[in-house]
Design a protein around this ligand. Structure first.
Ligand code: GLN
Length: 485
């Protein structure tokens, strides 16, 4: 009914609601109409909470009417990934093993969104347990890319990316362990950000690889990503790895000049195998950044070539340990025929996990095995350090690193990719997780009608520079239309 609202940014809709130009209720109803119209084609969501979201909206409207104090996100419709928990609601990490799971508590990000009066619409589809880069391994079936429904949205946070691209919500959250926010953002033509490790609390995020998992925003604009990061960052006594650093106001970085900023271009990221269309857009973008006053500095990150191998030792190792809790006893799915405890574990896990999750548990258990620990896990940790040192070195001379996000545009749903090909999808995103640094994807152009994102990396806790260059680039690039659905 109020379709034009859907083209606004989260910042704009929040402003309209606060100024009483539109009620939160109308916004929520408009969003659910949109979801009804588009969801069959796209499949962004796993669980929707229409009734409760409407109740939340009425509460926001009541506060506004009574001139009570409201939070920054008052009335803004937001989606969370299916691996984040919300009290009395379902989230299942898109896995059969958690099919009946309902949370008894709020994750910290949900708590902070609620404190800011944001409205959670539901949870979004993902690769099972966040393992993958296509959203095809979800127990719920695949999500489709709004730019071409024959194609994947990327993953693992595919549904969070499509919920923005299909204009179903104004903000969403994803989690990124090896690229799961940045790669789907690139495939779907939206903004996606992985904050510094320790910036956003992981409490209530179903753990995949705890030393790399980070929650971050998806949005239409860079400003909206800063808007959301302001809300979800910082203090929380439930996550011991959280930084105690003060959270700056990230919105202050939006629109700052980047003149004189030193921009590193790592030669290892411009390799054979990048689709020519993608390469051209990244090269043109670098030219644009130069025109904007950025000083281009060729750099080298010599250990890049080991990143994928290192990640695929460390991530499965941590996953095998994290996923041990899904035993058929404590949460979710349980096999009914088992006659003893051993059988109960093994049957519940055999039936509850999909192939990719099992594969990673097996690899993880193997590399942690006493006989192989030194050869694989310990060695991977050492190489991880070298990768981190590469970044420490270059960030002594540059402010920002610019790279492609993915070597390709969104691939076809039916494409039978080999495991190796799929793992290589993450080649440009994984290093940031190994090093713990923040990364931002911004839409840069279209190659044969499909979106291509550019990646900006900065040193730990330098998100402000990412928002500065991201917003400046976005402005210079010009308007990026969403697909028509
Ligand atoms: N695609 C990577 C993987 O399969 C990254 C996943 C993620 O970031 N959660 O592990």
């Amino acid at each position: 009914m109020m379709e034009y609202l859907l083209d606004l940014s989260a910042w704009e809709i929040a402003e309209k609601i606060a100024k009483k130009e539109v009620s939160a209720e109308v916004v929520i109803r408009t969003v659910f109409d949109r979801i009804e119209k588009t969801e069959k084609q796209i499949g962004s969501f796993v669980h929707l909470r229409k009734e409760n979201a409407l109740k939340d909206a009425l509460e926001v409207d009541r506060k506004i009417k009574n001139n009570e104090k409201i939070g920054a996100l008052a009335g803004v419709p937001i989606a969370i990934k299916d691996n984040m928990v919300m009290k009395d609601e379902r989230s299942n990490s898109s896995s059969k093993i958690l099919n009946s799971y309902e949370s008894i508590y709020n994750s910290t990000v949900v708590e902070k969104i609620k404190e800011a009066d944001g409205i959670i619409i539901g949870t979004t589809n993902m690769d099972e347990m966040a393992m993958g880069s296509s959203t095809k391994t979800s127990f719920n079936g695949a999500t489709k890319n709004p730019w071409d429904i024959q194609r994947v949205p990327g993953g693992s946070s595919g549904g969070s990316a499509t919920s923005i691209a299909a204009k179903q919500v104004f903000l969403s959250l994803g989690s990124d362990t090896g690229g799961s926010i940045r790669q789907p953002a690139s495939f779907c033509g939206v903004v996606g950000m992985k904050p510094t490790y320790g910036r956003v609390s992981r409490y209530g995020l179903m753990a995949f690889a705890s030393s790399m998992d980070q929650i971050g925003p998806f949005s239409k604009t860079v400003k909206d990503a800063a808007f959301m990061l302001n809300v979800i960052s910082g203090k929380d006594e439930y996550d011991a790895t959280l930084s105690t650093r003060e959270v700056p106001n990230y919105l202050d970085s939006i629109g700052k000049s980047i003149s004189g900023m030193k921009i590193g271009i790592p030669k290892e990221y411009f390799i054979d195998g990048i689709q020519p269309g993608v390469k051209k857009i990244i090269e043109d973008s670098i030219e644009l950044i130069k025109k904007m006053g950025g000083i281009i500095v060729p750099i080298s990150l010599p250990h890049t070539k080991y990143a994928v191998a290192t990640y695929y030792v460390i991530a499965p190792a941590e996953a095998s340990s994290n996923l041990a809790r899904y035993d058929g006893v404590r949460y979710g799915y349980r096999n009914k025929e088992a006659t003893n405890i051993e059988e109960l574990y093994s049957k519940s896990r055999t039936e509850g996990f999909g192939d990719e999750v099992k594969r990673r548990i097996i690899i993880g258990t193997y590399v942690l095995n006493a006989g192989y620990f030194e050869a694989y896990f310990k060695k991977a940790q050492k190489v991880r350090n070298l990768i981190k040192q590469d970044f420490d070195n270059v960030f002594e001379t540059v402010d920002i690193i610019v790279t492609p996000v993915s070597p390709t545009t969104a691939f076809k749903l039916e494409d039978k990719k080999t495991l190796m090909e799929l793992y290589l999808e993450d080649i440009f995103t994984i290093s940031a997780n190994l090093a713990g640094i923040p990364g931002l994807t911004v839409p840069a152009g279209l190659a044969q009608g499909l979106p291509v994102g550019i990646q900006f990396l900065a040193k730990a806790f330098d998100e402000e520079k990412l928002f500065a260059i991201g917003s400046a680039f976005e402005l210079e690039r010009g308007k990026f239309e969403m697909p028509i659905l």
